[in-house]
Design a protein around this ligand. Structure first.
Ligand SMILES: *Cc1c(COP(=O)(O)O)cnc(C)c1O
Length: 379
């Protein structure tokens, strides 16, 4: 049996262990230290937009702290893109608040600006103005930042930019992660760079970053003893995993190039196949890191072959693929929360499939994928 081809697996650059070894050698085996500071500085330099980065234990923790920083409390409402990973929405519930889910637009698969505005107007009319908007750059594709930020500022609602999948993507040459009032990043094992597990909050001022770090380290007041005036969290990144992050920052641009090359591979391949669309930037304003390459399969044009048939065929060849994120408004756990929009995200979920996209795939892997696709579509 051939080895498994994964959707997206960790890809080390080579220098990560040097940073980790240094942490051991100097006994900085703690949730702060030179690697944490260095990793934050690397990210600030990379994002290059006068931002301040706080390294945290996960992207989910970053979203949770983002909501806390924006004062989201029990009974509040928070708008959230429906088509996303559940980690975008779960922290709303941690705060005892209610998510209000919004459909996608067709070209970016992200928050639809029209449905967003309809929802805001309706929630305000119902007497509960949303406290925040969580917008996601799905699979690395930037959301329509111009339109989304215009709606947000018209109604004076802060934006949490979920850039967990989009480090290295840009919209109008500005790096994703720097558009929202707060941005969040993830370094989970399957993301474009990884610290094995980790995340970050991107803030516009040093004060906000420091407040986030304060919450993330148990909200300790300035005192020789342990004194607390606010509820704290244990959400800081450790100096060990930050060392992995520093090594990964050295290969981030290379990973983006390689993921984009995987996307080109699929674009070329599917040019010859009727009924399959590869998810691609709508125009030159958008530059996706193509964290995951995704396709839409229209069974009416493929002789009845569905995206799920393809998933099973690839699986039989020991190649991992996965349906798109199932929209949150269709998830049992969020069944009672409000939803605005039509059926775009639902039909994307019906017909979509993510294909192997890792920066560590080689020509041998690509040939195996091509073989499996050929035998499914042409065999
Ligand atoms: C991965 C991911 C997160 C959560 O990040 P973790 O570091 O895994 O907690 C949040 N939002 C989206 C869209 C993600 O893909």
């Amino acid at each position: 049996m051939n080895k498994k081809i994964w959707l997206s697996s960790p890809h080390m650059g080579g220098t990560e262990q040097n940073y980790v070894k240094e942490a051991f050698d100097t006994n900085w085996v703690a949730p702060l230290g030179p690697n944490v500071n260095g990793f934050e500085l690397d990210l600030e330099t990379y994002l290059n937009n006068n931002v301040f980065v706080g390294a945290l234990s996960s992207g989910t923790a970053a979203i949770h702290l983002g909501l806390i920083l924006l004062g989201v409390k029990a009974g509040d409402e928070v708008i959230c893109q429906s088509m996303t990973f559940s980690a975008s929405a779960n922290p709303i519930k941690y705060q005892g608040a209610t998510p209000v889910f919004i459909d996608s637009e067709e070209n970016t698969w992200n928050l639809c600006p029209k449905a967003l505005e309809e929802a805001i107007v309706d929630r305000i009319a119902k007497g509960n103005k949303p406290k925040a908007i969580i917008a996601v750059h799905l699979y690395g594709m930037p959301f329509n930042a111009e339109a989304i930020l215009a709606v947000a500022s018209k109604y004076q609602i802060p934006v949490i930019e979920d850039s967990a999948e989009a480090l290295g993507s840009t919209y109008k040459n500005q790096k994703c992660g720097t558009f929202g009032d707060l941005g969040i990043l993830s370094f989970n094992g399957n993301k474009i760079i990884t610290t094995s597990g980790g995340g970050a909050l991107v803030a516009k001022t040093k004060e906000i970053k420091e407040k986030a770090v304060f919450f993330a380290t148990q909200s300790r007041d300035h005192a020789p003893h342990y004194q607390h005036s606010e509820i704290g969290y244990n959400y800081r990144m450790s100096n060990i995993v930050a060392g992995i992050g520093r090594g990964q920052m050295e290969v981030l641009d290379e990973h983006v190039t390689l993921r984009r090359a995987m996307h080109d591979f699929y674009v070329n391949y599917f040019e010859g196949i009727t009924g399959v669309i590869v998810f691609t930037e709508p125009n030159a304003d958008y530059y996706s890191n193509h964290w995951l390459s995704a396709i839409l399969v229209n069974p009416e044009q493929t002789g009845g072959k569905t995206s799920d048939d393809l998933r099973l065929a690839l699986d039989a060849a020991n190649i991992e693929s996965r349906p798109l994120w199932k929209p949150m408004h269709l998830q049992p756990v969020f069944a009672n929360d409000p939803y605005y929009g039509g059926t775009i995200s639902e039909s994307l979920f019906q017909n979509g499939l993510c294909l192997p996209s890792g920066s560590n795939l080689d020509d041998y892997d690509r040939n195996r994928i091509k073989w499996a696709l050929d035998s499914f579509f042409k065999g």
